[in-house]
Design a protein around this ligand. Structure first.
Ligand code: HEC
Ligand code: HEC
Ligand code: HEC
Ligand code: HEC
Ligand code: HEC
Length: 423
């Protein structure tokens, strides 16, 4: 079977992550009986505190269709279109649009959706385009068996399937808005969209876990969960200081979600220093700014290179350290795991050549490949592209180029050998 070889590779990325039975979306909300109000859903047996209980309902996959909007809603109040939310919430829209959360349906996932059946695809969409209305639109586009026959209702814009992780996925259920405690007293008597319901969950790290943390029985390599960010954070000193995911990734409630793709964030994560012992130089690399391992997943790789630069500007590479969790494309074998836990320090030692002088400089350069694991995966599938149709190959090619275009580097230190202290 030509596709099965390839989808095994693709699916391996999260294989087994989603074992729960998935309901397929077969109708638009207008064709369904009115969705029950959230309060009428029989409560799940209480586990954890009020935040856990809110989140169990809020992220109960598959998400229910929104249903018919209240009659008095204007088009812009009813619409699930991020652009419509943005007509009032300008700052959130502008930040979100630049963030990776607005790009979760890109060529990297689209080439894979073409090789999947609807159930497999919906498991991916739970994190990449979670609204029922998005799944329905993508089902129509891929001509999956039970795609809706009718055109979407007016509050579902036709491009919604490609808009990624939209405002409504995090904030809207059955047309009701949910958000954090307002920072200033609300002054709206006649608030748009019937105002909103406050939940403390929005200010808590657990809000992000549904997509950034696999459950304990989720897929593992070398015994480690492939997605483990919340638990890494829980094991760090940050919870005690009330530094939630939002504190670093949504400062001042900004909808930016910058991470390893951002040079400023990557630089902020690391504190690098040098020490000399005789004819050795030790580089100390501390994860002083990330609230989890640096980097948190197997995807990015960070190269730290030490170079000797002499008075004539001749460069000699003394050594390179790779920080990351290196796993093969099939996700069965770990080659190394040099990630640095929050607050921890990694040491990397190189030998100086015999002919160094105290006028020589040592340069520490950091080179980041934010999507290294995907680059390797995409390349290995591209090698079999004779088994793919043209559209799929083109998307895969675009995904590979997009991934390699994310590389960046910076010079972390450049010091005269004479000024490097011993320890
Ligand atoms: C017509 C303008 C308008 C549109 C369109 C609109 N909103 Fe609002 N929204 C408001 C106003 C005004 C408030 C503040 C209400 C208050 O203070 O009582 C608000 C409040 C909110 C809040 C609560 C903020 C907090 O402090 O917790 C959230 C979340 C929210 N909107 C999300 C959305 C989303 C998502 C959309 C699109 C699906 C949207 N809104 C569309 C005007 C709008
Ligand atoms: C539990 C949530 C979750 C599920 C399910 C999931 N992903 Fe992702 N995906 C993520 C997160 C989080 C990232 C960002 C990780 C990173 O690179 O730092 C990501 C990143 C990606 C990327 C790289 C970014 C890009 O857009 O090119 C691809 C490709 C991708 N996922 C494809 C898939 C496919 C295909 C499936 C289904 C087989 C899937 N994902 C299922 C959460 C998920
Ligand atoms: C990944 C989930 C997610 C997405 C997508 C998202 N938000 Fe939010 N939003 C949050 C969280 C979490 C908070 C609370 C942050 C905090 O308290 O630190 C929030 C806060 C807000 C607030 C309150 C802001 C304030 O200053 O009090 C508004 C309004 C809002 N979001 C609107 C939007 C709009 C509009 C979009 C789309 C353009 C959007 N959100 C997309 C998760 C999300
Ligand atoms: C519904 C699923 C979902 C939720 C909820 C969610 N994310 Fe994400 N997040 C993703 C996916 C998927 C990506 C990958 C985007 C890509 O690369 O295409 C991502 C990417 C990111 C990135 C960018 C990482 C990088 O590689 O630079 C950060 C940072 C992030 N998320 C933080 C958060 C935080 C903080 C929260 C909670 C407030 C949150 N996310 C909630 C699905 C989610
Ligand atoms: C103390 C600040 C801080 C906290 C708290 C924090 N992060 Fe980060 N995060 C960073 C920095 C800095 C980076 C960039 C360096 C890196 O990739 O580790 C980052 C990177 C990321 C990335 C990019 C992918 C990767 O492999 O590193 C994701 C996804 C992410 N964070 C999600 C989260 C989630 C989810 C939480 C909460 C459970 C969280 N972060 C808590 C600072 C923080």
């Amino acid at each position: 079977m030509k596709t099965s070889v390839i989808s095994t590779i693709a699916l391996a990325l999260i294989a087994g992550a989603i074992t729960a039975a998935l309901l397929l979306v077969d109708k638009y909300p207008q064709d369904l009986p009115p969705a029950p109000a959230l309060q009428q859903i029989p409560p799940a047996p209480p586990i954890g505190d009020a935040i856990d209980q809110f989140l169990q309902q809020h992220w109960a996959h598959p998400l229910s269709p929104q249903g018919k909007p209240p009659k008095h809603f204007s088009h812009s109040e009813a619409s699930l279109d991020p652009q419509q939310c943005g007509s009032c919430h300008v700052a959130q829209f502008n930040d979100w649009k630049k963030s990776l959360h607005s790009q979760t349906i890109g060529p990297g996932i689209l080439w894979q959706l073409r090789l999947m059946n609807q159930e497999q695809a919906n498991a991916c969409l739970n994190c990449h385009a979670p609204l029922a209305e998005q799944k329905a639109l993508l089902a129509m586009e891929h001509q999956w068996p039970n795609a809706p026959a009718s055109a979407p209702p007016s509050y579902v814009p036709p491009q919604l399937g490609h808009e990624g992780l939209t405002c409504a996925a995090c904030h809207v259920r059955q047309h009701e808005r949910f958000g954090p405690e307002p920072r200033t007293a609300s002054s709206h008597n006649n608030a748009p969209h019937n105002g909103f319901t406050v939940s403390a969950a929005f200010e808590d790290s657990r809000f992000c876990a549904t997509c950034h943390q696999f459950p304990d029985d989720g897929p593992r390599t070398a015994g480690k969960l492939r997605e483990d960010t919340l638990q890494q954070w829980q094991a760090s000193a940050y919870p005690a200081q009330n530094q939630q995911c939002q504190s670093c990734h949504m400062p001042d409630r900004k909808h930016q979600w910058q991470g390893i793709h951002s040079p400023a964030m990557a630089q902020r994560a690391l504190n690098i220093s040098l020490a000399r012992q005789g004819n050795h130089i030790t580089t100390a690399i501390t994860n002083s700014g990330a609230g989890h391992h640096f980097p948190t997943y197997m995807v990015p790789k960070v190269m730290v290179q030490l170079t000797l630069i002499d008075a004539n500007n001749q460069r000699r590479l003394l050594g390179e350290d790779i920080i990351g969790w290196q796993v093969d494309v099939a996700l069965t074998q770990e080659t190394f795991d040099t990630r640095i836990p929050a607050g921890a320090t990694r040491h990397f030692r190189v030998e100086l050549p015999a002919d160094v002088t105290s006028e020589d400089n040592i340069e520490v350069r950091v080179y980041v490949k934010p999507r290294e694991h995907y680059e390797r995966t995409f390349l290995s599938v591209l090698e079999q592209s004779d088994k793919l149709d043209t559209t799929t190959t083109n998307l895969l090619q675009a995904a590979y180029q997009e991934a390699t275009a994310t590389h960046f580097e910076w010079v972390a230190l450049n010091k005269k050998l004479a000024t490097i202290d011993g320890n």
